[in-house]
Design a protein around this ligand. Structure first.
Ligand SMILES: *Cc1c(COP(=O)(O)O)cnc(C)c1O
Length: 359
């Protein structure tokens, strides 16, 4: 008998980000800022001094202290991961058992359902409202009636770039007996965080990442903030040396540069606002073709007539964005990158209008 893969992984395909050389990458919601020269030198010095033959600190204490100081939380409530992705996988794997129900929403970050399926949990997915918002009442009813064990969502949402109000998140926490996991990967760009509440509830975990506002996507650092009971369980369930020694040291050094980080976040928000303004102009000019949905994170989500064609048109010009069916998700880039994107979009829309009014 030949070896056969089991059912749950047989039809999986490896994650396939857009690869290749493109001049302008506005597809992955990364920061467009590079560490400055001083920080680069500092990192090189730190790297040179690390004993690579030794295992890292299993609890990444210096890194967690830096994170905790930057965000004003207690380091005893922080668990570091090899990217938020590792923590998501761990949470679904360890805090849910086979047969438990995981509630997520559509549209939202695709990895939630992916990890749920791998863990063989029941996936309950609620559609969002016509305005792409979570229907809080429906979610609470579903959580109770279906004995949901975990509610998992991103806030602000990837891909819609819309916020869920802090009060709504806290309603989930207070009005259900479900573990609420708020993935705040983009909350540095918005103001509805529940991070300050994580310690006071027994059913709330807040996830943060260094991949977006902090500008360290390549370093792979994510964090879970929760009360001591949940934190202890997370630390116990993770693999012992999950965050490597270089990432720990780089993260700790970067969190010590508070001014640089704050300034970076201001710059990214300003870039997002410029991108949003450019798109609003297009929306006014081409209202039947383009509708902006959200711009609360470091990217803008919009509905676009012939989105797929536009995606290919942009790609031909060396500009990469993400296309989801009839929608485009555009990461805020450098000022000149945003500008070139908006100009190319204008070109595309003008061409489409000409084509469709002639035909
Ligand atoms: C980018 C992103 C993350 C971050 O994942 P990392 O593994 O930390 O890079 C988490 N959640 C959402 C919704 C994201 O878009």
């Amino acid at each position: 008998m030949p070896f056969l893969l089991n059912e749950k992984i047989r039809n999986l395909t490896p994650y396939d980000p857009i690869q290749g050389e493109y001049r302008i990458r506005l597809d992955a919601n990364e920061s467009f800022l590079q560490p400055d020269a001083a920080l680069q030198t500092e990192i090189a010095g730190i790297a040179a001094g690390i004993p690579l033959n030794r295992y890292p600190d299993p609890y990444a204490q210096a890194l967690c202290n830096g994170f905790a100081a930057f965000y004003g939380v207690d380091p005893a409530h922080v668990t570091a991961g090899n990217g938020t992705d590792e923590l998501l996988s761990l949470l679904v794997q360890s805090f849910l058992q086979k047969g438990d129900t995981l509630l997520s929403f559509m549209p939202d970050f695709s990895m939630y359902r992916f990890y749920g399926a791998l863990s063989e949990v029941r996936l309950l997915t609620l559609e969002k409202t016509a305005q792409e918002q979570i229907d809080a009442d429906a979610a609470i009813v579903a959580a109770k009636e279906r004995q949901v064990r975990m509610i998992l969502f991103s806030n602000p949402c990837n891909p819609t770039s819309l916020l869920t109000a802090r009060e709504t998140v806290l309603r989930f926490v207070r009005e259900t007996e479900t573990l609420v996991v708020a993935d705040e990967a983009y909350m540095d760009f918005a103001d509805q965080s529940v991070l300050d509440c994580a310690a006071q509830y027994d059913n709330l975990i807040v996830l943060r990442t260094c991949s977006k506002a902090i500008g360290l996507a390549g370093v792979r650092l994510g964090f879970a903030v929760a009360n001591p009971v949940l934190t202890k369980a997370l630390r116990a369930a993770k693999s012992p040396y999950n965050v490597n020694v270089l990432s720990q040291a780089i993260g700790a050094a970067v969190f010590a540069r508070v001014d640089l980080l704050r300034q970076g976040i201001v710059q990214i928000r300003a870039s997002r606002d410029r991108l949003l303004n450019g798109l609003r102009e297009m929306e006014t000019q081409f209202p039947q073709y383009l509708q902006i949905i959200g711009g609360e994170a470091n990217f803008v989500f919009c509905k676009l007539h012939r989105a797929q064609d536009c995606f290919r048109f942009l790609m031909g010009k060396g500009i990469i964005v993400r296309c989801f069916g009839e929608h485009l998700r555009i990461t805020a880039g450098k000022p000149e990158e945003n500008e070139e994107f908006v100009q190319s979009l204008r070109e595309f829309l003008n061409a489409i209008v000409t084509l469709e009014t002639a035909g």
